[in-house]
Design a protein around this ligand. Sequence first.
Ligand code: LIP
Length: 258
Amino acid sequence: MADPLELLALARPLAADAAALLREATGHAYAVDTKSSETDMVTAADRASERLIVDGIRVARPDDAILGEEGTTDQGTTGVRWIIDPLDGTTNFLYGIPAFAVSIAAEVDGRVVAGVVVDVERDECFTAALGQGAQLDGAPLRCSQLTDLGTALVATGFGYDPLRRAEQGAVVAALLPRVRDIRRMGAAALDLCWVAAGRFDAYFERGIQPWDRAAGALVAAEAGARVLVTDHGLTLACAPGLFDPLRSLVETDRPGTA
Ligand code: LIP
C-alpha cells in the first residue's frame, strides 16, 4: 500500500507552489466562466493552480487517478486517487477577501489517507496523514473539547442553488439562537481545518463537493474532531461533545430530527 507520509510529502510542496501562484494572481483576478449557477464562478487562477498540481502528480506518480474540481479526471491503476480543489473559496478570491485555500488529498482504495490545505493569505499549512495526527505548520493540532452547544462558535456555508440556499437559511435561523454565534467564511477546506485548530467548535454544510472536503475532513478527524458525511450530502465536523446535539439540529432530513 502507498505510504500516507510519502503521499503527503508529494502533496505538500505542490500545494505550497499552487498557493504561491494564487498569491501572485490576487488583485487582478476575474471570473472567466460560471459552472453550476451564475454565482458559481471559475477563474484562470483556478485552472492554472490545478494544472500545476496535476502536472506535479503526473510526473511523480503517472499511474495514479486524479479528480480535480476544474475538470481533471485521470483514471489510475494503482488504487491511489488524488482529490484536488485548486482554489477553494473562489468567490472570496475574486472579491479580495483573504479566505481561500489550496486543498489536495490522497485516497488509497477509497479511503483518504493524506491531506494538505494551504491557507493562501495567512500562509498556514494544515496537514494530516491517517493515524499520524494533524498539524499546522508542523505543530500538532487538537480540536475544541467544548460540550456546551450554547457557547459553541459554529461555521457553515451555503450552496450555489437558490432553492438549496433557502433551505440552508432556515436551518441556520433555527440554530442561531441555540449557539454562541455563526460564521460563514466561504471556504469549506478552511472551515474544516479551523475546526481542527479549535478556532471553530463546529462546522456543517450540505452539498459541498468531495474536493472541498477530502483533505480538511482528514485534518479535522486527525485532530480529534467527530466527522460525519451523510448520504444526503451533509458534512459535519465538531468537538466530540457537540456531535449529538448539533447533528439533531442540522441533519434535517433524518427521520425524527428538528
Ligand atoms: C466553496 C466552498 C464553501 C461553500 C461555497 C463554495 P468553491 O467552494 O468551499 O464551503 O459554502 O458555496 O462551494 O466553489 O469556492 O471552490
